[in-house]
Design a protein around this ligand. Structure first.
Ligand SMILES: [Cu+2]
Length: 146
């Protein structure tokens, strides 16, 4: 009985520790930012597996959705509704591209790095529409300079 109680306490402690380390990162959805019109701020995040990203509605008419071509193989993806402050949890290491559906070609995109990962060549080769491609290439350049 004493052993069982100690085991339960250890389990509870373990569960508490796991949640204590998981973080929620906030990303603002904005009509205009320091990088120009239609932006996520920040446009690049490095997080740990188990962390979440919450998309905050700073201005109206934006959403957050995953980009199939810029997601790890087998990733289910998600599509937030317009003006929805969606919170997305990332468990698997890799790079995850995010777009605002109505402003994709206007360059409203961002990238999330989860855990230990190397940027796949397929991401660099992928041509996102309009300004989005330019912004992704700029993000890749910043990653390369790290
Ligand atoms: Cu938008």
């Amino acid at each position: 009985m004493k052993y069982l109680k100690q085991s339960l306490q250890a389990l509870c402690l373990l569960a508490l520790t796991a949640t204590a380390f998981a973080q929620t990162h906030e990303v603002l959805m904005k009509n205009r930012g320091s990088a120009g019109p239609m932006v996520y701020e920040p446009d690049y995040l490095e997080i740990q597996p188990g962390d979440s990203v919450k998309f905050i509605r700073k201005h109206r008419s934006h959403n957050a959705a995953s980009i199939a071509e810029l997601s790890p193989a087998g990733y289910q993806g998600f599509v937030g509704k317009i003006d929805e402050e969606i919170e997305v949890k990332y468990d698997k290491a890799g790079f995850y591209g995010i777009k605002c559906t109505p402003h994709y070609a206007q360059g409203m995109v961002m990238l999330i790095k989860v855990g230990d990962a190397t940027l796949p060549d397929s991401y660099r080769a992928f041509k996102a529409p309009g300004v989005a491609n330019k912004r992704f290439q700029a993000i890749y350049s910043r990653i390369d300079q790290q």
